[in-house]
Design a protein around this ligand. Structure first.
Ligand SMILES: [Zn+2]
Length: 89
């Protein structure tokens, strides 16, 4: 489920993807790592490198491209497809 906000929320709830927007333009998404480690993940949608492409369905589910691969701590690697986490083995 996607929640729109203009600033990064102080507390991230699991299972919710926060879409940061400025004047209606989404520029980043942030969410809790789905592995359970509790670390926040932030992804750029515009500018910067790497940058992700986010698609939000009419059911308010997010899809991200490319996959998310944490290079630190838990090293989780997964795709977000239609609001679901698809783990990469
Ligand atoms: Zn993790």
């Amino acid at each position: 489920m996607v929640k729109w906000c203009s600033e990064t929320p102080d507390q991230l709830l699991p299972g919710i993807c926060y879409c940061l927007e400025d004047a209606g333009v989404p520029w980043a998404v942030t969410f809790k790592c789905p592995c359970g480690c509790g670390q926040p993940i932030s992804l750029n949608l515009i500018g910067g490198r790497p940058v992700w492409k986010a698609t939000i369905s009419s059911q308010n589910q997010i899809q991200l491209h490319p996959s998310v691969w944490r290079t630190v701590s838990c090293r989780s690697h997964f795709w977000v497809r239609n609001g679901r986490i698809c783990w990469v083995k």
